[in-house]
Design a protein around this ligand. Structure first.
Ligand code: PLP
Length: 356
């Protein structure tokens, strides 16, 4: 037997989650957002689970081409567009759609010869202040794109900064977008996962759900279960050692946890070099043999400690779930001061991945 850690990927859950979002917005089409190796779940594995998705959205050119080479024929949108005239040629050759968010790409489109015209998403900045043309330029840029022989079609796009926060919402950004594009008879794409779920008015022609596909909630106040989502990844390992502590004994680097009574602890083959968050503190939930217990002390590179005091049947060989089907990744993320997105994207290459 090898080191017992593994990441289980659940394709049926990914599929369930995609259909769940589609059911909310039956009149929209939805890109499955599969950037960052499908948020750590494996690009091709995820795309296969969603083989009949309306489209895929990604930002790595190599991944987009890999999808085409694997036989996926639906629209593939490059969320950050292209980074050079050469990439524009590649995008056209592989029939990739691209975000156009800055003037350089516009000039490349106007001044090159492409194998075939490309479909573009004109990205407007409505307050996120990340990528996009100022919203007020929407009509002028759209006109230039529509006049361009290399452009097959234009969709208007923006991205929300606070769709996940009910206290702040999307109203100001959406009003900015709608004002800027009024009078342009072009399709829209504005909603990420949070907006799709929380704001029906954002369910326009093309949705862009990412995190919900993987069974994590974008909201602090609504759990994945409440949203009807299923976990797409289970990170599990086993107890590989135990220790008996006396009062005052400490655990791990920095001796940050001290026993206040006699305790049994288990040492789990999982550390930050596997992708478990090093900042998870004592008390972070962990399942051992299906029973909820807690992390103790600092997470090491390759190991962490769990409290087995109340689990007399558990010991070396016991199965440990770090997050997944029975313990929400969002709960672990919250304990570690981060979000599910970061944990799933950080699964390390040394962790074997199994599709179940
Ligand atoms: C990543 C991304 C999404 C998906 O966001 P989620 O919060 O994961 O749903 C949508 N649109 C753009 C432009 C993105 O970069």
């Amino acid at each position: 037997m090898t080191r017992p850690i593994e990441a289980l990927i659940h394709p049926h859950a990914i599929r369930h989650n995609y259909l769940n979002i589609k059911a909310l917005a039956p009149d929209s089409r939805a890109f499955a957002v599969v950037k960052a190796n499908a948020y750590g779940h494996g690009l091709l594995r995820t795309a296969q689970a969603l083989h009949d998705a309306d489209g895929f959205a990604i930002l790595e050119m190599a991944g987009a081409i890999a999808l085409r080479e694997a036989g996926f024929t639906q629209p593939i949108l490059l969320l950050e567009g292209v980074f050079s005239p050469e990439e524009l040629q590649l995008a056209a050759r592989h029939d990739l759609w691209l975000a156009v968010h800055e003037p350089r790409t516009l000039e490349w489109l106007e001044n090159c010869a492409l194998a075939r015209p490309v479909t573009v998403f004109l990205k407007l900045n409505t307050g996120m202040n990340r990528l996009g043309f100022p919203a007020a330029q929407a009509a002028a840029i759209a006109a230039r794109l529509q006049a361009c022989a290399n452009v097959a079609g234009v969709t208007l796009m923006t991205h929300f900064a606070t769709a996940d926060d009910p206290a702040r919402g999307i109203a100001a950004q959406l009003a900015c977008f709608d004002t800027a594009v009024a009078g342009l008879a072009l399709p829209h794409s504005v909603a990420n996962s949070a907006a799709t779920v929380a704001y029906p008015e954002t369910r326009r022609d093309w949705l862009r759900p990412g995190i919900v596909l993987y069974g994590s909630s974008p909201f602090e106040t609504r759990s994945a279960t409440q949203l009807g989502l299923q976990a797409a990844m289970t990170l599990r390992s086993r107890v590989i050692g135990t220790q008996q502590l006396r009062t005052g004994d400490t655990v791990g680097y920095g001796a940050t946890f001290a026993a206040e009574q006699a305790m049994t602890i288990g040492i789990v083959a999982c550390g930050y070099a596997d992708g478990y968050p090093r900042h998870a503190p004592t008390g972070t939930p962990i399942l051992v043999d299906g029973v909820r217990t807690r992390l103790l002390g600092r997470v090491s590179m390759d190991m962490l400690a769990v409290d087995l005091t109340a689990l007399p049947q558990s010991g070396i060989g016991s199965e440990v779930e770090l997050w997944g089907a029975n313990l929400s990744i969002d709960e672990v993320a919250a304990a570690a001061g981060t979000i599910g997105y970061e944990l799933m994207c950080a699964i390390a290459p040394r962790v074997p991945v199994i599709t179940v």
